[in-house]
Design a protein around this ligand. Structure first.
Ligand SMILES: Cc1cc2nc3c(=O)[nH]c(=O)nc-3n(C[C@H](O)[C@H](O)[C@H](O)COP(=O)(O)OP(=O)(O)OC[C@H]3O[C@@H](n4cnc5c(N)ncnc54)[C@H](O)[C@@H]3O)c2cc1C
Length: 325
């Protein structure tokens, strides 16, 4: 079988690997120590937080078919939350996700989906790819200097700006990828010793440095300890991505306290994660980027405006194109 390398083990990379593994000899390279990328769950002390994707919807038949076995296995479940929209500090709309389109989460954490999809795949974690070279077939150079050899095809599934750094200048779609902008996000994880009495489990917020608050522990199978996950606005993250983390934590805690009316400074556990490339600036859609001459391709949620379902669809489209190649 021809050898194919995939860079990144987020939902795009894992979807591709599973769809292509019968046609190619597939190896996945992942810089982190675990799989999942932005389908991320962090465990700290006895607390658990989904600090990347919060939930997802399923709007296409293909994605519904993809998640159905995961639902049957209990790896994906519906999250039925009380949802509010908050303008500044005022609730302007209330709804229940019981009666709206289903919102899904991985169980017991968002990264459980990735762990399930990673079964039976050849995944090299802790391997950050730094460059691609091609004397004859593709070689991948890793951060530690190791060379991964002889791949007929290389597919990158990393966020667009990171893909640009890996793909050679002569890759035909460099300019198209450069035009797709991604934005940052801070994820503040708060663990409490006692429950807070809130009017919601999921809140979207506008006109604030905060864009989202979730009672993470309300999601199915999250355990007994009460946790909040708070996301900053993209504007705040982009302006402060290099600001001292204690300053960011203090500012975001102050903002959340104003919104929910409970002092979050008393949280038992407080930790911050900064995502430089969290979501797309716009919702434009692009086909996956394939260069058949160089045998290089790029895909990911950022080709389809961001989001979990976009990551799947982008990978699905690319796998269909490669199956025909
Ligand atoms: C804070 C936040 C909130 C979000 N909320 C939602 C939400 O509520 N609903 C929703 O649908 N979507 C949400 N998203 C978006 C969702 O998480 C993504 O759409 C989806 O997870 C992207 O999957 P992916 O495989 O395309 O990319 P990623 O998950 O980013 O996967 C790329 C992988 O490549 C690895 N990598 C990067 N560079 C290298 C390298 N040089 N060598 C090796 N490996 C490398 C990374 O470590 C990562 O594992 C959110 C994202 C963030 C960050």
């Amino acid at each position: 079988m021809k050898k194919l390398a995939i860079i990144g083990s987020g939902l795009s990379g894992l979807t591709l690997a599973n769809r292509l593994k019968n046609k190619f000899d597939v190896t996945v390279f992942e810089k982190s120590r675990g799989v999942g990328g932005r389908l991320a769950t962090r465990r700290a002390e006895a607390y658990a937080f989904d600090h990347g994707a919060q939930y997802f919807t399923a709007r296409t038949d293909a994605f519904n078919s993809f998640i159905q076995p995961l639902i049957d296995e209990g790896v994906v479940q519906r999250w039925v939350a009380r949802h509010v929209e908050i303008n500044g500090v005022r609730i302007v709309k209330r709804s229940s996700w019981e009666t709206e389109e289903p919102r899904y989460v991985g169980t017991p954490g968002m990264n459980s989906i990735a762990k399930r999809l990673a079964h039976d795949l050849d995944i090299r974690t802790n391997t950050k790819i730094t460059s691609l070279v091609r004397p004859k077939e593709w070689q991948l150079e890793a951060e530690n200097g190791a060379i991964q050899d002889h791949y007929e095809w290389v597919i990158t599934t990393v966020p667009g700006p990171q893909a640009l750094a890996l793909l050679p200048e002569k890759f035909t779609h460099q300019n198209n990828i450069r035009a797709i902008e991604m934005r940052g996000c801070f994820s503040l994880m708060l663990g409490f010793s006692e429950q807070l009495s809130l009017e919601f489990e999921a809140a979207h917020i506008t006109n604030s440095d905060i864009s989202w608050i979730a009672v993470n522990s309300h999601k199915p199978q999250r355990g007994a300890l009460y946790t909040l996950v708070v996301h900053s606005s993209a504007e705040y993250a982009d302006e402060n991505i290099d600001t001292d983390r204690d300053v960011v934590i203090s500012h975001l805690c102050q903002q959340v306290t104003r919104i929910i009316g409970h002092d979050t400074n008393g949280a038992q556990h407080k930790v911050l994660h900064g995502w430089r490339y969290a979501n797309n600036r716009d919702r434009d859609t692009h086909r996956p980027f394939i260069d058949t001459e160089l045998r290089l391709a790029a895909c990911g949620d950022w080709c389809l405006g961001g989001r979990v379902e976009g990551a799947f669809t982008s990978a699905q489209r690319l796998s269909e194109a490669l199956m025909k190649s």
